[in-house]
Design a protein around this ligand. Structure first.
Ligand code: FAD
Ligand code: NAD
Length: 444
């Protein structure tokens, strides 16, 4: 009889796992349970949907349940898995449309329940007018509110990745926007010198940025009207909850699947959990940080896709490994892009590492070629020259240079190795000395 794989959660990690498993073993029966109404969507596109770059939310979806069915993968949307019995190899499932509950058996399970927006105990987060942004439905609700209610003043709770991307989205729609951030700087993954450039750019586009002010309450009669942040009260018609992400790991924990120190599911390089034939991948799972050599919680779509593919291959009887990440991320706000990889100076020092820093500013194109602008590069390295991390802020089309630093980190390179790189040059793309080479030269 054919073996059966159940996948819990149908987004980046889950559908990558399902598709790869079916390709690895076409005989394998593959069933996916997803509690929302959509599978295989890019949450990463939600800020651009909210901004109005496109109108049909279905454009966020890469493949529909019908398309998966043609590949022999059975997808059940609006079905929530309520429990896992690893001894009996059964999941308890509830059909959220009919309320009906049933049990489904499996030989191998891939857990990809993802993450959810953090909801610290702040009074008023449930008030109408306060929106998290995670699922397609979240995006539709927020956009409908914008179009029907016409709010004027938006307060974004949290100055991380979603906060900054949503500041652009809402400003583009003409709202007054304030970001409220608890820490002394926005974007805690970046060193303050680099985060400050982003802040200046946001402010130049009319976004107010209030740092060092933890949000303490949302208030209003029947809907959000005010946000309390320390000694400040901000009038608001709309609040966006962007206070970080937490792994949906409760189902795993209740089933006896071990969590790591980060609170996410502990996995090995084949995405195996502590239980045989039980795999986990994506935002519910930890990932090995190749710079520190330790497990970390870095919930990103790019990692979820790779981990899911590896989990699917192994669950279907193949052999695949995921060796980890170096902590690379990139985003855009208005004309500016910012990217990071490895550890920031602050993160390295917090680990007790001695590090040096080289920070430069150089043009993104030849000085006579129209367009472009200054690129800021920050390299963090050990006294022996070994790279620890890097950050780039500049015109948004220029910051994908971070990929060079990501490759250098993965290879264990020094700033000397970086200096010797044969990077492409022509005036529309870079000055004759690329900003990365200038930063490496200065480091030496
Ligand atoms: P999720 O996307 O969280 O999917 C898990 C799914 O499991 C959910 O649909 C959930 O409904 C379902 N589920 C959970 N529990 C159950 C259950 N018990 N039964 C059934 N179903 C269940 N990453 C990047 O790399 N680059 C970006 O630019 C980027 N931008 C982003 C922008 C936004 C606004 C957001 C919210 C995220 C962004 N990310 C980005 C992160 C990226 O979207 C996530 O890392 C990725 O979606 C994780 O995929 P996943 O499959 O692990 O988890
Ligand atoms: P985040 O972790 O990037 O930022 C959360 C911010 O909220 C932090 O700066 C934190 O200090 C702040 N904060 C926490 N409690 C607060 C309080 N009480 N008051 C004020 N500020 C407070 O998380 P996010 O922006 O919600 O995004 C979630 C995840 O989605 C990210 O971790 C990232 O993995 C992913 N994402 C990635 C991208 C990208 O790669 N371009 C874009 C969007 C989202």
């Amino acid at each position: 009889m054919a073996r059966k794989m159940v996948v819990v959660g149908g987004v980046a990690a889950g559908m990558s796992a399902a598709a790869k498993a079916k390709r690895t073993d076409p005989e394998l029966e593959v069933v996916v349970y997803e509690r929302t109404g959509y599978v295989s969507y890019g949450g990463c596109g939600l800020p651009y949907f909210v901004a109005g770059l496109f109108d049909d939310p279905r454009r966020l979806v890469a493949r529909t349940p019908e398309q998966f069915a043609r590949q022999g993968i059975r997808v059940h949307i609006r079905h929530q898995v309520e429990g896992i019995d690893p001894e009996r190899r059964e999941v308890r499932v509830r059909n959220l449309e009919t309320g009906e509950a049933f049990v489904d058996a499996y030989d191998v399970l891939v857990l990809t329940t993802g993450g959810r927006p953090a909801r610290p105990p702040i009074p008023g987060l449930d008030l109408p007018g306060a929106f998290p942004l995670r699922t397609v439905e979240d995006g539709i609700r927020l956009r409908r509110f914008l179009e029907r209610e016409g709010p004027r003043r938006a307060v974004i709770l949290g100055g991380g990745y979603i906060g900054v991307e949503m500041a652009e989205a809402l400003r583009t729609r003409g709202l007054e926007v304030t970001i409220v951030e608890a820490l002394p700087q926005i974007l805690p993954g970046f060193d303050p010198e680099m985060a400050e450039r982003v802040r200046e750019h946001l402010e130049a586009h009319g976004v107010s940025v209030l740092t060092g002010h933890p949000v303490t309450a949302l208030e209003g009669r029947g809907r959000v009207e005010r946000v309390q942040a320390g000694d400040r009260t901000l009038e608001a018609d709309l609040a966006v909850i962007a206070l970080g992400v937490k792994p949906n790991a409760e189902l795993a924990r209740e089933a006896g699947i071990a969590l790591g120190a980060t609170g996410a599911v502990a996995v090995d390089e084949r995405q195996r959990t502590n239980l045989p034939d039980h795999y986990a991948a994506g935002d519910v799972a930890e990932v090995l940080h190749r710079v520190t050599g330790e497990p970390a919680y870095l919930p990103l779509g790019t990692t979820a896709n790779k981990q899911g593919r590896v989990a699917g291959a192994n669950a279907a009887g193949g052999h695949a490994v995921f060796k980890g990440v170096v902590g690379t991320a990139v985003f855009k706000a208005f004309e500016l892009g910012a990217a990071r990889t490895g550890l920031s100076e602050a993160q390295a020092r917090a680990r007790g590492w001695e590090v040096k820093v080289s920070q430069i500013q150089h043009g993104s194109r030849a000085h006579y070629y129209p367009g472009g602008g200054p690129v800021h590069v920050r390299l963090i390295y050990r006294p022996d020259g070994r790279l620890v991390g890097g950050q780039i802020v500049g015109p948004w089309e220029a910051v994908k240079r971070i990929d060079v630093l990501a490759a250098a980190l993965q290879a264990g390179w020094t700033v000397q190795d970086l200096r010797e790189l044969d990077l492409a040059y022509a005036p529309p793309f870079s000055p004759v000395w690329d900003p990365l080479l200038v930063a490496a030269n200065v480091a030496r």
